[in-house]
Design a protein around this ligand. Structure first.
Ligand code: T4K
Length: 374
């Protein structure tokens, strides 16, 4: 152990961004004035308006969390049968399909940015397929043009799990404008948080009422319940956090960018360690995660051993996303997705959050380099 490299306190994979305390207090003081806590309150409405502008989309609805938003999107689009999706994601994506009584059909990913491999989608389409649920994993945009072409050809709906992609743009078009519906997670661990929270942006403004009704038990008016719904309303404390954090979002993303560039520069000479190419000029990124891929032979140590060793030095990394969603014990799937398996077995996500100091990043790089030399 190189004692001088060990952190005194654990460096966590992430740390939520919090607004100035007095700012939050003054925002929530409105709740005491108007005695409105949840169920589409005034702060919630203000938040929806502001975040819609920030995300540069035509239609938006807010939810208590991203996961329920995803389930509600599936229900509101009236999907049935099978949905083609990626196994390389957080379990929420797969669970949303299964919880709605549908079958996830797993498509392999591409090895460059780990999003769904569009060349492999068509061979998985059957007469039961109703949609493609793709994930902009780590904020890397899917090939939205190819997915759109396939969806049009086979008359499928497209949902993007954009949980990681808040603020991302492709060719200056905000990412929530692609597909039929996009889901953004506003969980504490995300680039932008409302404590817990979720958003759906959607193309067809006619589904707005349905989405809002399903999030409120299917109630459409005091005397009519037109859908079997759930309770997925964002409360006023969440909306207040969203409003406050929205003011700092651009500053946070630029701090994250600096951290990511420091990692990339510091790690580029490390043998057997690969990072995603971030140099596509047409993509505006949000720097939500920093994954590294370990080739154990070249690096001299497996991903799992590196994970353990970094922990000894108080660097808390995560194996996002391991296990793969088609290899979990709770859900048996026969599908084989070799590229996703190899990425999932060798990926490690390094600590990244706006307030992580550059000195700490440099120290993490030194620790990784130290193991690389051994
Ligand atoms: N789709 C995708 C692709 C997703 O990644 C997610 C969520 C969803 C859908 C569903 O959206 P939500 O329903 O969550 O809005 C975390 C998050 O809980 C989850 O939101 C996220 N993806 C996933 C990738 O990461 P865990 O199990 O890793 O969380 P946990 O509790 O281990 O926290 C991670 C680290 O963050 C810890 O080191 C501690 C730190 N932390 C966490 C919290 C909550 C803090 O420092 N403070 C905090 O308040 O899932």
């Amino acid at each position: 152990m190189m004692e001088n490299l060990k952190f005194g306190e654990p460096i966590l994979i992430t740390q939520p961004t919090l607004p100035d305390f007095s700012k939050y207090c003054s925002t929530i003081s409105e709740i005491w004035e108007n005695h409105w806590l949840t169920n589409a309150g005034p702060l919630n409405k203000r938040f929806e308006d502001k975040v819609k502008k920030y995300l540069d989309v035509d239609n938006i609805a807010s939810f208590v969390n991203g996961h329920l938003a995803l389930e509600i999107a599936i229900k509101a689009l009236g999907l049935t049968g099978e949905i083609i999706t990626t196994p390389f994601t957080f379990i929420s994506t797969t669970a949303s399909i299964i919880n709605c009584g549908l079958k996830p059909v797993f498509c392999d990913i591409n090895p460059n940015d780990y999003t769904i491999d569009c060349e492999k989608i068509e061979s998985l389409i059957t007469d039961k397929t109703s949609a493609i649920l793709a994930v902009h994993v780590y904020g890397n945009p899917c090939d939205v043009e190819k997915i759109d072409k396939i969806a049009k050809k086979y008359n499928l709906k497209v949902i993007y799990d954009a949980a990681h992609a808040f603020g991302v743009k492709i060719n200056n078009i905000a990412i929530g404008n692609f597909g039929d519906v996009s889901m953004f997670s506003l969980h504490a661990t995300k680039v932008f948080n409302s404590i817990e929270g979720g958003l759906l942006s959607f193309k067809d403004k006619n589904i707005k009422k349905k989405l809002e009704s399903i999030r409120n038990f299917g109630i459409t008016s005091q005397e009519s319940i037109d859908y079997i719904g759930t309770n997925a309303k964002m409360n006023e404390f969440q909306a207040a956090m969203g409003l406050c954090n929205l003011e700092n979002i651009d500053e946070n993303i630029s701090k994250r960018k600096k951290i990511v560039n420091t990692y990339i520069e510091g790690l580029k000479s490390v043998k057997g360690l690969y990072t995603i190419n971030m140099n596509n000029a047409n993509i505006k990124r949000n720097y939500s995660y920093f994954p590294i891929l370990i080739n154990s032979k070249e690096f001299g140590m497996s991903r799992d051993l590196l994970f353990d060793k970094l922990k000894e030095y108080n660097v808390m990394t995560r194996k996002y996303f391991y296990p793969l969603c088609n290899k979990i014990s709770a859900f048996k799937s026969e599908s084989e997705t070799p590229i996703a398996k190899s990425i999932s077995d060798n990926i490690l996500v390094l600590p990244l959050y706006a307030d992580l100091s550059i000195n700490d990043v440099l120290q993490i790089i030194d620790i990784i380099k130290y193991f690389n030399k051994k």
